[in-house]
Design a protein around this ligand. Structure first.
Ligand SMILES: [Zn+2]
Length: 261
């Protein structure tokens, strides 16, 4: 009411607009649209990114020319995140498979001595994915692939941002049974029957929401305070919500979400 149409980001003075979301699960907020001048400056506190996000964005910019890489240099990591589906694991936890137990160990050591030994042979938790992205060089990661149910995928075909999630969910082209979506939590709304974890939509990012039904509240214990403003990885099957025009993942327990630091 005071400033009229001219509202600016307090971090970088770029124009923002008031978003009175039609989706009632999101409180009204201010955002840059990503169009024209309405984009946060690189050094704006709203824009601050963590290492893992920068790494994956660089990977996306870097087009891997498979013909130029010696196939012996490829590193394939088996992804076993479906084991973290609570409906399939009623009793206790499944531990990460130690590389000491793997037949691949010798091969692994031969190929990845020195700095490269940080690459795991199997991933069964989001924490390992966060570690993979923060501890490895871009060079190593461009030669790294994920084996998901017997098919091989690039890292950024499996670990995707909310815009990719939107496109995949909207088109219905679910080439993998589940994805890992990364982004910053903009707002959390916990109601009696459902909890909504809404991703930030600054700079024109598309809407993405993870939701937890109250019947799973006892298995999902993260709070609004823990989540809001933090970068997270969220894992699960994608779906499209036509009513709110957004991509969604249902979360059933803590293992489907990881807070990155
Ligand atoms: Zn800003």
């Amino acid at each position: 009411m005071i400033h009229g149409d001219k509202i600016y980001c307090c971090g970088c003075q770029k124009p923002v607009s008031h978003s009175n979301a039609k989706n009632s699960n999101i409180e009204p907020y201010f955002k840059t649209t990503g169009r024209g001048k309405s984009k946060h400056k690189i050094d704006c506190p709203e824009k601050r990114e963590i290492k893992q996000i920068k790494t994956i964005k660089s990977l996306t910019r870097y087009t891997t020319n498979l013909n130029k890489i010696n196939p012996d240099d490829f590193h394939v990591i088996k992804v076993a995140l479906s084991k973290t589906n609570i409906d399939h694991v009623p009793h206790g936890e499944i531990n990460e498979v130690s590389k000491d137990n793997s037949k691949k160990r010798l091969d692994y050591i031969l190929r990845y001595s020195g700095n490269q030994k940080r690459l795991p042979v199997q991933i069964s938790s989001l924490a390992t994915i966060a570690k993979l992205l923060s501890k490895n060089s871009l060079k190593n990661l461009t030669k790294t692939f994920f084996d998901i149910n017997g098919n091989t995928w690039l890292i950024n075909q499996f670990i995707i941002d909310q815009n990719q999630a939107f496109e995949i969910a909207y088109s219905g082209n679910f080439y993998i049974p589940y994805f890992v979506v990364y982004g910053k939590v903009g707002s959390v709304k916990k109601l009696d029957k459902v909890m909504y974890i809404n991703f930030d939509q600054q700079d024109g990012l598309k809407p993405f929401t993870a939701y937890v039904l109250s019947s799973y509240y006892e298995y999902f214990t993260y709070t609004k305070e823990q989540l809001e403003g933090n970068y997270v990885l969220i894992q699960g099957p994608l779906k499209f919500n036509a009513r709110y025009n957004q991509a969604e993942i249902q979360i059933k327990w803590n293992k489907q979400l990881y807070i990155m630091k």
